[in-house]
Design a protein around this ligand. Structure first.
Ligand code: S3P
Length: 424
């Protein structure tokens, strides 16, 4: 599996804030991460890739970001946008953020609110959307902020703003989300503590005016990318596939537990540590799946995996019920309604609710597929396109996908890998 997208973004950002050279191997070379790299270059970092695929990042130091001369084009990437807004907020620079049609519909108020409290100023498009201009401030004001929505992007934006803010910046996280920022900030030498409060919330504190030390980083493979191959192997008869280099950070890996509860045969091989994150190879065999009610408590630990889980559910025996998925409506697309429409068109039995989908599976029979001349609509969302490609493997007449270009944002080699393993 190619490198983890979340970890790749963070390695470029923190490398760009350390003084000296950070080296990164296994970086995901998808469009989203390249948007982050371009933005960090525009703010003063030197970032190059050598012939062996190693990335070299020469940072400017915390507090050293330069005024970008042009708008920062974030493409399709919410992670780049929200995390970089955090970085810019506590520097004395002004930056304009722009993005594609999908990103320009996504809510930024969730980061504008806390960063405004720290002293940054925003001029946003209606509804707190892109394009927006952010005037950072130095020194910014440290805050203590309780996350109103379970979002690693919001948490990370505040922690990154805290890096160049005097004193202690605190984020209280009632529901745990992916902890790559915390792990990597510590790895770069920031003073960061995590405490569990009496009510079970995680209290994360970072000391500002930090000095980050350059690192050598190996990015582990992305479990969110592995998800497509794991489910393809579970669904396609005769499959016995080893998916190598799968990150299994507990804040990311709930999908594999859910699939096992549904009867999926997924075996961990060679569990190891890569770049401070747990990793294994997964051996996956075709399995008869049974529908379940997915516990909403696991949603943050598999938030990006629901589109492809819905495909698994559409082929399972019996009913799968998902709830607590409100956040899916503000991803690269409204993933609840996009998957409802796409799976229905492909012949699955799906009901949309406010916060999830209810799916009555075929019990292993292939889906009919899309009717002649009709294609499922991906709405500039890479994960919708890849989920439907997997569904196509488990359909009678195939599934026509309207636009596969968004796949390059997170998984440029997806199509060639899928062709390779499926013998197409
Ligand atoms: C990400 C956090 C998640 C996830 C996104 C990557 C990150 O978003 O959906 O793909 O790298 O922090 P939210 O924080 O909005 O849940």
């Amino acid at each position: 599996m190619p490198g983890d997208k979340s970890i790749s973004h963070r390695s470029i950002m923190l490398g760009a804030l350390a003084v000296g050279e950070t080296r990164v191997t296994g970086l995901l070379e998808g469009e989203d991460v390249l948007s982050t790299a371009a933005a960090m270059r525009a703010m003063g970092a030197t970032i190059t890739r050598d012939e062996d695929g190693m990335w070299h990042v020469h940072g400017v130091g915390v507090g050293g970001l330069l005024q970008p001369q042009q708008a920062l084009d974030m493409g399709n990437s919410g992670t780049s946008t929200r995390l970089l807004m955090g970085l810019v907020a506590s520097h004395p620079i002004t930056a304009t953020f722009i993005g594609d049609a999908s990103l320009s519909k996504r809510p930024m108020g969730r980061v504008i609110d806390p960063l405004s409290t720290m002293g940054a100023e925003f001029t946003a498009s209606p509804g707190g959307r892109l394009p927006l201009t952010l005037r950072g401030i130095s020194p910014a004001v440290p805050i203590e902020y309780r996350l109103p929505v379970a979002s690693a992007q919001v948490k990370s934006a505040i922690l990154l703003a805290g890096l160049n803010t005097p004193g202690i910046t605190t984020v209280i996280e009632p529901i745990p989300t992916r902890d790559h920022s915390e792990r990597m900030l510590r790895g770069f030498g920031a003073e960061l503590t995590v405490e569990i409060a009496a009510d079970g919330a995680r209290v994360i504190r970072v000391r500002g005016e930090a000095e980050l030390k350059p690192q050598t980083i190996t990015v582990p493979g992305d479990p969110s990318s592995a998800a497509f191959f794991v489910i393809a192997a579970l669904l396609v008869e005769g499959s016995d596939l080893v998916v190598e280099n799968v990150g299994l950070n507990p804040t990311r890996a709930a999908l594999f537990d859910v699939l096992r509860l549904m009867g999926g045969s997924i075996e961990e091989l060679d569990r190891r540590d890569v770049g401070g994150e747990p990793v294994a190879d997964l051996r996956v065999r075709h399995s008869a799946l049974t529908g379940i009610a997915v516990d909403p408590a696991v949603v943050p630990s598999m938030v990006d995996e629901f589109p492809v889980l819905f495909v698994a559910a559409a082929l399972a025996k019996g009913r799968t019920v998902t709830t607590g998925l409100e956040e899916l409506r503000v991803k690269e697309s409204d993933r609840i309604s996009a998957m409802h429409a796409a799976l229905s068109l492909a012949g699955a039995t799906v009901t949309e609710t406010e916060d999830g989908l209810i799916i009555d599976g075929t019990g292993g029979d292939p889906l009919p597929g899309t009717p002649e001349g009709q294609a499922v609509v991906t709405h500039l969302d890479h994960r919708i396109a890849m989920a439907l490609a997997v569904a196509g493997l488990a359909s009678r007449q195939g599934i026509e996908v309207d636009d596969t270009r968004p796949i390059a944002t997170s998984f440029p080699v997806f199509e060639s890998l899928l062709a390779q393993v499926s013998g197409a």
